[in-house]
Design a protein around this ligand. Structure first.
Ligand code: NAD
Ligand code: ZN
Length: 380
């Protein structure tokens, strides 16, 4: 048992005091884990768009002061009552959604949408007692999606922690906490392209490129990348994308362009933009008879998906996915193994690195649309 077990830990955390204002590194108190909770030491974290959305809080419920962050890798420091499958020293990836292993979703082979621990972006407290484990001089600082990884120590529900191979480098596999697993799983678990097939990927951000990586792993022979930003195309070549389409270069709808390129449509498509027009194109560009389209992007709250029902009657399938259909505790350890076996490449997603003290630089990079993932080193 470590000397900190059962004690409050004082450590550094990047606190978002107000919407859109730079994060401030503060000394915070982190309370011991309660029932079914685990306190972990974060070693590496990375920045994802979702952190930025909730930091800007435009159209979101503003919950401040808050500790953001949800893509990370860490080591268990201590466990609370009832936790039996993790112990101090275990290497873990926190995940913004969970797996209680007891609800109907967790018991279903087909779902990863746990009733108890499904993402809740409005909740800033722990489930057990509706209180925060973070404070500054006794004043609570709110949690974010149950992870709050922009802190040297954080407390997470055991159901939101994937126990992984201790030999896996946490500065690489931390990106599997969210976006990369989402895109990869959308292809491998949901679109399931056959070897030699054609796959269109809409949106070549980190999620879309992870979907392309999934298509590469599946042995797709044509991977067509679609993006409005031509700057993305050069980067995407490293991900096995074989052809590029910029909808801005054509007068006709992009689904028609793709149908012409592929003799009637692609076998699979994966939409990773969050824009409803791209969702419709991604569906309408799949081949009739067998084509499958998978929606990953999170749409505007008032968006409406419109298509002629004949497109479905003609034997096209439309699906959607949440976190690539992976169950965090049961499935993420095996995604880490794919990286360890050199089947999955992660290095190419990591384009920047900053010390924790310069975490705001990661936000600047994301604003400028530079790179894919910026790793934040907690010990620097
Ligand atoms: P990103 O902003 O880095 O990338 C999106 C890309 O889409 C950009 O390159 C942009 O130029 C392109 N784009 C935008 N509109 C387009 C259009 N109409 N046609 C073609 N390209 C277009 O975003 P990201 O981090 O890769 O995330 C992608 C989406 O996935 C977001 O909507 C995000 O919220 C969502 N997401 C979903 C889940 C899930 O579980 N379903 C999890 C994580 C992220
Ligand atoms: Zn559950």
């Amino acid at each position: 048992m470590s000397t900190t077990t059962g004690q409050v830990i004082r450590c550094k955390a990047a606190v978002a005091w107000e919407a859109g204002k730079p994060l401030v590194i503060e000394e915070v108190e982190v309370a011991p884990p309660q029932k079914m909770e685990v306190r972990i030491k974060i070693l590496f974290t990375s920045l994802c768009h979702t952190d930025v959305y909730f930091w800007e809080a435009k159209g979101q419920n503003p919950v401040f002061p808050r500790i953001l962050g949800h893509e990370a890798g860490g080591v268990v420091e201590s466990v609370g009552e009832g936790v039996t499958d993790l112990e101090p020293g275990d290497h873990v990836l926190p995940v913004f959604t969970g797996e209680c292993k007891e609800c109907a979703h967790c018991k279903s082979e087909e779902s990863n949408m746990c009733d108890l621990l499904r993402i809740n972006t409005d909740r800033g407290v722990m489930l057990h007692d509706q209180k925060s484990r973070f404070s500054i001089n006794g004043n609570p600082i709110f949690h974010f999606v149950g992870t709050s990884t922009f802190s040297e120590y954080t407390v997470v529900h055991v159901g939101c922690l994937a126990k992984i191979n201790p030999h896996a480098p946490l500065d690489k596999v931390c990106v599997l906490s969210c976006g990369i697993s989402t895109g990869l799983g959308a292809t491998l678990n949901v679109a399931k392209p056959k070897k030699g097939s054609s796959v269109a990927v809409f949106g070549l951000g980190a999620v879309g490129l992870a979907a392309a990586e999934g298509a590469r792993i599946s042995g797709a022979s044509r991977i067509i990348g679609v993006d409005l930003n031509a700057n993305r195309f050069e980067l995407a070549k490293k991900f096995g994308v074989t052809e590029f389409v910029n909808p801005k270069d054509y007068k006709k709808p992009v689904q028609e362009v793709i149908a012409e390129m592929t003799n009637g449509g692609v076998d699979r498509s994966v939409e990773c933009t969050g824009h409803v027009d791209a969702m419709i194109s991604a569906f309408e560009c799949v081949h009739d008879g067998w084509g499958v389209a998978v929606l990953v992007g999170v749409p505007h709250k008032d968006a409406v998906f419109k298509t002629n029902p004949m497109n479905l009657l003609n034997e096209r399938t439309l699906k959607g996915t949440f976190f690539g259909n992976y169950k965090p505790r049961s499935d993420i350890p095996s995604v880490v193994e794919k990286y360890m076996n050199k089947e999955l490449e992660l290095e190419k997603f990591i384009t920047h690195e900053v010390p924790f003290s310069e975490i705001n630089k990661a936000f600047d990079l994301m604003h400028k649309g530079e790179g894919l993932r910026c790793i934040i080193r907690m010990d620097a």
